[in-house]
Unconditional design. Structure first.
Length: 393
């Protein structure tokens, strides 16, 4: 629902920027109608089981189509999928009414490349919650203009070409047609249309928008503080795993957002599950070593900043912690150098792998040992961080 024509340079004062009427009408009209009609129908008629099942089912299908399809498959190419999976994701992604894949993916790639930039990031969180949530869509901001030079890979896809060309017709047909059909077949036409059609659309819109807004202002930054993206397990529950957002912004090509087994990421589980059936493949994962390196980098940065700001730097205990932290950083640096050296040797040996099976196995074991050392070191640094609050309070 973005401006589909390039806008000239326009002043940054929102009141002087033209309204994007199609997006504004869609977003505000559906929200207003939902606020009025959803409770009114519940009071006067109540919702049938079929209406609730339709709402839950279509909300899940729309949400997953955006996260697994628009986002991880097309915007980031984090995995590949066969034509059946792509078709299903495209149909229900279209039903989510978030514009064509071309528009969505090009804007999202620009967001990652220029994250937090006032002039280049289409939905920069640095411009405030309202702007990043939906304000960027309701006016024709120059930062949100459609520009497809960053999606040459997607422009060659005939299925995506068809969706982009007939997007409005497809979105309207699916959004009106499917709820009406289900409502007619279940003898609860208006209950299904209001709950499974109208409210489902508003729900899908705003849970997706939370990724651009709340996930950039609420949560933790365990991997990087170079941008506003945060990890938030509460928001991840409502966004099908998308709001482990700090990780995602540093490692955008990983098909996972929640990398731990206990982190709620149903999009990851779906993609992985489909791979066992041969329906998805080439699932990209960031090496564990790089993840541990990023976490340790942030831990050292946090600890050093806290100690540097302490007015108790002459205390013996704090001085000891500083010395321990300095030692751990030296160990960290040495581990990185050792890992890089072993990795380089492994790459060279791989060129002659048919002569060096034992050697390659030895390199693999060495790298695994270094990665285990980093995990152990992260725990030691955690212990230092745990002592800081009491000492610096």
């Amino acid at each position: 629902m973005r401006n589909n024509t390039e806008s000239p340079s326009i002043p940054s004062n929102p009141e002087t920027i033209p309204i994007n009427w199609p997006a504004a009408i869609t977003l505000w009209a559906t929200l207003a109608a939902s606020i009025v009609l959803v409770p009114a129908y519940a009071i006067w008629n109540d919702y049938s089981t079929s209406a609730w099942i339709t709402f839950i089912s279509l909300a899940l299908l729309n949400g997953i189509a955006i996260t697994a399809g628009y986002h991880r498959l097309w915007a980031h190419r984090a995995y590949q999928a066969n034509v059946v999976v792509r078709f299903v994701l495209l149909v229900f992604g279209t039903m989510a009414v978030q514009n064509s894949v071309f528009v969505w993916a090009s804007g999202h790639r620009r967001h990652h490349r220029h994250v937090d930039s006032h002039d280049e990031d289409p939905y920069a969180a640095t411009r405030g919650f309202w702007f990043s949530h939906m304000g960027w869509m309701v006016r024709c901001y120059p930062s949100g203009k459609d520009e497809f030079s960053n999606i040459p890979d997607l422009l060659l896809d005939r299925m995506l070409q068809f969706q982009h060309q007939y997007y409005a017709l497809l979105a309207l047909s699916i959004n009106f047609g499917l709820p009406f059909l289900i409502g007619f077949l279940t003898n609860d036409l208006w209950g299904v249309v209001i709950l499974g059609g109208l409210f489902r659309l508003v729900w899908c819109h705003h849970t997706t928008f939370f990724i651009n807004s709340l996930a950039h202002i609420w949560g933790k930054r365990p991997y990087t503080d170079t941008n506003t993206a945060r990890d938030n397990p509460i928001l991840a529950f409502f966004t099908y795993g998308e709001c482990y957002h700090n990780y995602h912004h540093l490692f955008q090509y990983d098909y996972r957002n929640g990398i731990r087994w206990y982190q709620f990421d149903p999009t990851k589980w779906l993609i992985c599950g489909l791979s066992f059936l041969g329906l998805t493949h080439d699932l990209k994962r960031i090496p564990e070593f790089k993840i541990e390196k990023a976490r340790l980098d942030m831990q050292f940065k946090v600890a050093q900043n806290k100690l540097a700001c302490s007015k108790l730097s002459k205390l013996e205990t704090v001085t000891a912690l500083k010395n321990r932290l300095a030692h751990e950083y030296d160990v960290f640096t040495a581990a990185l150098q050792q890992w890089a050296k072993v990795k380089e040797e492994q790459i060279k040996a791989t060129k002659h792998a048919f002569h060096n099976y034992d050697l390659l196995k030895n390199y693999k074991n060495q790298l695994a040992h270094i990665e285990r050392q980093l995990k152990s070191q992260r725990k030691r640094v955690d212990q230092i961080l745990e002592q800081l609050p009491d000492l610096l309070a």
